[in-house]
Design a protein around this ligand. Structure first.
Ligand code: SAM
Length: 290
């Protein structure tokens, strides 16, 4: 019986056969742990009525598993040297399409229409290239694609930031952006030895379950995220000092009154505010023309 791609021996065989060399600059660390794959697949909750978008299939360790459980799989890979390898290893599966493209430059709405129409749901499932984790996640969330959830392997530190609650050092603008759109849940922590080559950081699988509606109501999303970014501009400064970027020095007293009217002490730091408090502050700033 042919071994799974996500085993050390099969991965090494494929790499040797195709004389593949890893590109560190593309975040190429291939997964060789089938137990972690089991957990990723279970978290995604796929079946043959659903689609899966995989970002960065590499030599196909996760793609192979997705092909067995999902109705359709689209795998977007930037490295053209991997395309013939993927076509070779995926030849037993007729539900997989390999797309040679940079995910950040891919028209995802078009891809959804072309590959996933008629399916009951779509998940994004990936072992992400760590150098572009945040831009990829933000693109997936901001484009408001019809997707059920995102189950991805990321650097552990980034997973902790996405799932962080107010009050700690991990909580910041990434936590708020992710939690505005999704409910995060850390699935498992993954040691470096689960990959070839082994990265020198720990990884984690995180599930982001898409909310039906955003977590809070805001007058304008761009303004909300601008307020959040500005509030965190200098973490050690008070909220009032950071948000004076909106009021100017001359209206700082008014800004402090406005924060108090939202039940927020001006000397608090951004990392202590909940999403609802940020939404209230954003609304008050908008109302006052700041
Ligand atoms: N899924 C494979 C696995 O788990 O073994 C490979 C994961 S590896 C961490 C990341 C993959 O993403 C690599 O194959 C890399 O070439 C690809 N990649 C890097 N940047 C990309 C981008 N901007 N768009 C699409 N794929 C990208």
């Amino acid at each position: 019986m042919v071994k799974a791609i996500a085993t050390s021996s099969r991965t090494r065989d494929i790499i040797r056969k195709h004389r593949f060399t890893f590109k560190k600059s593309l975040g190429q660390n291939f997964l060789i742990n089938t137990e972690v794959l089991d957990q990723i697949i279970e978290a995604a909750g796929l079946d043959d009525t659903k689609g899966a978008l995989e970002v960065g299939p590499g030599i196909g360790s996760l793609t192979e598993r997705l092909a067995k459980v999902a109705g359709k799989v689209a795998a977007v890979e930037i490295d053209k040297r991997l395309i013939p390898i993927l076509e070779d290893v995926m030849s037993p599966y007729d539900n997989v399409s390999v797309v040679h493209s940079d995910i950040l430059k891919t028209d995802l709405r078009q891809l959804w229409e072309e590959r996933f129409s008629g399916l009951t749901g779509v998940s994004v499932v990936a072992n992400l290239p760590y150098y572009v984790t945040t831009p990829i996640i933000m693109k997936l969330l901001e484009e408001r694609l019809a997707l059920d959830n995102i189950v991805v392997m990321v650097q552990k530190e980034v997973a902790l930031r996405m799932a962080a609650k107010p009050g700690g050092k991990d909580y910041g603008s990434l936590s708020i952006a992710v939690q505005y759109y999704c409910e995060p849940e850390i699935v498992c922590v993954v040691p470096g030895k689960s990959f070839i080559p082994a990265p020198n950081v720990e990884s984690a699988v995180i599930k982001l379950k898409r909310r039906v509606a955003p977590a809070v109501n805001v007058p304008e999303e761009d303004k909300f995220f601008n307020v959040v970014q500005t509030a965190f501009a200098q973490r050690r400064k008070t909220l009032s000092n950071n948000l004076s970027a909106f009021s100017g020095k001359e209206r700082k007293g008014e800004l402090n009154e406005l924060l108090l009217s939202c039940g927020v002490q001006p000397e608090r730091r951004a990392e202590t505010l909940s999403l609802q408090e940020f939404a209230d502050v954003c609304e008050a700033l908008t109302r006052s023309g700041m």
